[in-house]
Design a protein around this ligand. Sequence first.
Ligand SMILES: [Zn+2]
Length: 257
Amino acid sequence: MKFISKFLASVAMLLIIAVGQSTAQNSSTIKNLLNVKDKQYDANRDSAYLDPYYGLKKLIIGNLRFAEDKSVRPRQTDNDLKNAGQGQTPFATIIGCADSRVPNEIIFDQGVGDLFITRTAGQVMAEASYGTIEYATEVLNTKLIVVLGHKSCGAVDAAMKLPANPPGHVVTLINAIKPASLRAKQTNLVGTDALDYAIKENVIEQVNLLRGLEPVLSRRSESGEVLIVGAVYDIETGYVNFIEETITSLAKFQSKR
Ligand SMILES: [Zn+2]
C-alpha cells in the first residue's frame, strides 16, 4: 500500500514537472521570436506605437514587471491624466473580459494613452465592438490587437454549464462562447482543466474571427500591417500567457518555424 502511494506520488510529481516545462517552453519560444531577454524590464513607447511587434514585446515586458513586483506605473499621475487632452496614440487595442479582477493598465504596467480597451463578459464581441476596434485601427493607427481571456472566467464557466434559461441578454454571451465550450466537452478533461481549455479555445476563436473580419481587419491583418494575437491572464500568478499558435502563425514568424 505504502509502495503504491509512493509510486503515485512520484508519477504526480513527474506530471507536474512535465506541465511546468511545457509552459516554460511556450513562453521561451515567444520570447525568442520577439527577442525578449530574461529579466528585461523596459521597452520604448514610441517604437511600440510604430511597430506592432515591438508593441507586443512592450506588453510582455510590462506584464513581467507587474508579475514580478517591479511595476513602474508609467504615465499614471494626475498630471498625465489632465494633460492628455491633445490626442491619443495607443499602441495596443485590448479586447478583454469585463471581469473586475483584470484591470488592463495594471497587469500590463502601462499608463494613460497606451491601451485602447473594449471589455465585455467573456470578451464576446458584437457590432459595436467591431466598430470600436476598426476605429482604433483606421483613425488612431493602432497596429496591435490583443484578445485577452483570463483564468476562472465566469462567462466561459457559464457557457460550459449551458443553463436552460439564462436571464435576459446573457444568452447572447453563452451562445457566442458555446463552440469553445463544446470543444472542451469533447476532450477527456474535467473541472478546471476543461474550463482552462475552453477559455483558451474561446480566445483562439475570437482571434480568428477578427483576422477574418471584413472589410477592415481582414485586409490589414493579411497584409501584416495589423497584428491580432491572443493571450490568457492567470489571475493567481499575475502572468499573461500569450498563446503560441496565435504568435507563430504571424507571417513574419512562419519562415522561422
Ligand atoms: Zn471573464
